[in-house]
Design a protein around this ligand. Structure first.
Ligand SMILES: Cc1cc2nc3c(=O)[nH]c(=O)nc-3n(C[C@H](O)[C@H](O)[C@H](O)COP(=O)(O)OP(=O)(O)OC[C@H]3O[C@@H](n4cnc5c(N)ncnc54)[C@H](O)[C@@H]3O)c2cc1C
Length: 488
């Protein structure tokens, strides 16, 4: 039975949205019960699919008035349970907000709705000679709003930077339903960098309803190389040597033997036989620059033990090289019934040591781990393989997966490189941050969302602020005294 508060929100949605934009039927609600991390499932109490920012803001305002939690959802491809619904809350889906409002060649900007698919921005900009650089492997389906919320990365973020480097402005619906403009068309906005706070906030501060993104000029020349090495140590050394030589390729991606085996089984990408690791390296820029860098990269790869180096000679060959890498997550399903896609980041120089430690962990636990990752910026994606039908296998995999994150922290890295904390990794936050660190972050959250209704239960291990759960502090917190938070 819906609560009176939820019924009040549903009534507002019924009044403002078309009939197919309000879902209350249990079977249809279940369609939205998880994101890309399917082992967490919660059926939302209500799903709304607004057609524009005004409808979306009105629903959020109704939630705020009734104290009903809400969760934003783009395409639901997130891998950390960030868009996991709230059982007593509203899931606000942006899939009908897919208009590209402007592609402006003169100032290299595009203005897009939050539900616009990442790759569609590039498709719209390409005739003008531009593209949108951040390219998650999910770019054919994930939304720009989700990218902003996760500060998503991708193979080409080594050279061009993550989402945060490409978002210049946003319209944003706060947790009480107000619409504010963050950032702007000019390169810097005075005052606090609220846009910076929102990018990567995983939907916990409010909902982005329009995004102004930077467009990048299409390069004159692109050269894609596939390089085979005996081991990940050799491939890692070649990566470090390339960067140390002052070359920043558009992408340097690594796959180990197990990941290659999976990709081969899934998409027959014809990677070098018997390779212990491959690098996919992409150089782009002015033709003369690419030519010079290519000669240097070729030399450095050979110096570091490359036994085979292929260069794509046409777009079909380039696509085939990338197909192996881009299909890698899904391909692992060919060699294991179940797997965890882990995501951590380490300083690039720690790659050999951490990969060796992961291999040792795998050896002692008997849990297989395939590695596929953005080697250039040290962003690891260990794929921890298991068979859920075997008793205890899931727990063993979970343990190895957590131990890998400990390795990342020990080596000066972080528990997520690009997939976010969401529901899944909130438990690991105290391994990285002190209580004081986490409290300070929650102060920011509280300033945006005093009722803690915007995607509650995500990112923070122990909700402490704004009336969620009593905190560890004795006595009133200054925010309570100021009447801004009920409980700290
Ligand atoms: C096969 C595969 C490959 C992937 N590869 C990559 C990769 O290379 N790099 C990478 O970074 N990620 C990758 N991902 C993860 C995922 O695609 C990204 O995190 C993506 O940005 C999520 O977008 P989405 O639209 O699916 O968001 P969702 O999953 O719907 O939501 C993600 C988070 O964003 C919030 N959110 C969504 N829309 C809004 C909004 N308008 N305003 C505020 N908050 C919002 C949600 O509440 C949630 O917390 C991959 C996923 C898959 C399945």
């Amino acid at each position: 039975m819906p609560t009176p508060a939820l019924s009040a929100v549903a009534a507002v949605a019924d009044r403002l949205l078309p009939a197919d934009g309000v879902i209350t039927d249990h079977a249809r609600l279940r369609t939205y019960e998880c994101d890309g991390l399917a082992h967490y499932r919660v059926t939302p109490a209500l799903v709304v699919i607004p057609e524009d920012a005004e409808q979306l803001a009105a629903v959020v305002r109704a939630c705020a008035e009734q104290g009903v939690p809400f969760v934003a959802r783009g395409s639901g491809t997130g891998l950390s349970g960030g868009a996991l619904p709230h059982a007593e809350g509203v899931l606000i889906v942006t899939s009908k907000m897919r208009t590209i409002h402007a592609v402006r060649r003169d100032d290299q900007r595009a203005v897009v709705d939050p539900g616009v698919i990442n790759l569609d921005v590039t498709k719209a900009a390409t005739p003008e000679g531009y593209y949108y650089a951040p390219d998650p492997s999910s770019q054919q389906i994930c939304s720009i709003g989700g990218n902003v919320a996760e500060n998503s990365g991708g193979a080409h973020c080594l050279k061009y930077g993550f989402t945060t480097n490409h978002v210049l402005g946003a319209d944003f619906v706060t947790a009480d339903g107000d619409t504010v403009a963050l950032g702007g068309a000019a390169p810097d906005s005075p005052g606090y960098d609220l846009l910076g706070a929102v990018v990567g906030s995983e939907g916990t501060l409010g909902i982005v309803t329009s995004v102004t993104v930077r467009l990048v000029r299409l390069p004159e020349e692109v050269r894609t190389l596939l390089v085979g090495f005996e081991s990940t140590d050799h491939a890692g050394a070649a990566t470090s040597a390339i960067i140390a030589a002052g070359i920043v390729p558009a992408a340097v991606e690594m796959m180990d033997a197990l990941a290659i085996e999976a990709a081969e089984a899934a998409v027959q990408c014809n990677y070098p036989e018997d390779a212990g690791a491959v690098l996919v390296i992409e150089l782009d820029g002015a033709a003369i620059e690419v030519e010079q860098e290519f000669a240097e990269v070729e030399r450095l790869c050979h110096d570091n033990g490359a036994f085979e180096l292929r260069v794509a000679t046409d777009p079909t060959e380039r696509a085939l090289i990338w197909r192996g890498r881009k299909s890698a997550f899904a391909a692992v399903g060919r060699i294991s019934p179940d797997y965890i896609v882990q995501d951590g980041v380490i300083p690039r120089t720690a790659l050999p040591e951490v990969l060796k430690a992961i291999s040792d962990l795998s050896g002692t636990s008997g849990v297989r781990v395939a590695n596929v990752f953005h080697a250039g910026d040290g962003n690891l994606h260990p794929l921890v393989l298991f068979d859920d039908s075997v008793e205890g296998a899931g727990d063993a995999a979970e343990k190895v997966s957590g131990a890998i994150l400990d390795l990342c922290i020990e080596h000066g890295g972080s528990i997520t490189g690009e997939h976010g904390v969401g529901m899944d990794k909130s438990k690991y936050m105290p391994r990285m941050y002190t209580d004081e660190d986490l409290d300070t972050m929650q102060l920011v959250r509280c300033a945006f969302d005093p009722q803690s209704i915007s995607n509650p239960g995500k990112v923070f291990p122990t909700p402490r602020l704004c009336g969620e759960v009593p905190g560890r502090r004795k006595g009133a917190h200054p925010l309570q005294e100021a009447g801004l938070a009920e409980v700290f």
